[in-house]
Design a protein around this ligand. Structure first.
Ligand code: HEC
Length: 124
């Protein structure tokens, strides 16, 4: 491989990597906006139809202070990434009488991007 070809290959590998990372991040935000934002924010104590998702990953369910819309049926759950995945794939698979009624996110890659976004944005 000539030096020129080698440099070009490295640049193209780097460009691919960077654009892929940016795309993955954008997907999570767009997916969150499409599926969750009408009912949830990340701001502490800023509740809408659903409770604030501030620092939700790893937190116990039903602990958002001042949110009055809990069904009371999620008690005892910890929001691990696996549990979040199950919940947004189909909330009724976690609790048949949950108050979170919305069209499930069927695409596993989209759920993964949303959970990654929750993990990153959840503490802001
Ligand atoms: C139509 C409104 C609505 C939409 C859309 C919605 N949610 Fe919810 N969400 C709720 C409500 C209401 C609750 C309370 C559920 C209960 O107590 O049974 C809730 C609860 C939750 C909880 C549990 C919070 C806690 O404090 O225990 C998580 C996590 C959650 N939603 C994540 C999401 C994610 C991620 C999305 C998008 C993929 C989403 N929600 C879309 C209304 C919504």
């Amino acid at each position: 491989m000539s030096r020129h070809t080698y440099v070009a290959a490295v640049i193209s590998a780097l460009t691919y990597h960077v654009s892929f990372a940016v795309a993955a991040e954008l997907d999570g935000e767009i997916a969150f906006n499409n599926h969750c934002r009408k009912c949830h924010t990340f701001k502490k104590n800023d509740h809408r139809i659903g409770p604030s998702l501030h620092a939700i990953v790893g937190k116990k369910a039903e602990e958002a202070q001042g949110f009055g819309g809990y069904s009371g049926t999620l008690h005892g759950i910890t929001w691990s990434e696996e549990m979040l995945d199950k919940f947004i794939a189909d909330p009724t698979s976690v609790s048949s009488s949950t108050n979170m009624i919305y069209p499930p996110v069927k695409d596993p890659a989209e759920r993964k991007a949303i959970i990654e976004f929750l993990r990153k944005s959840g503490t802001q």
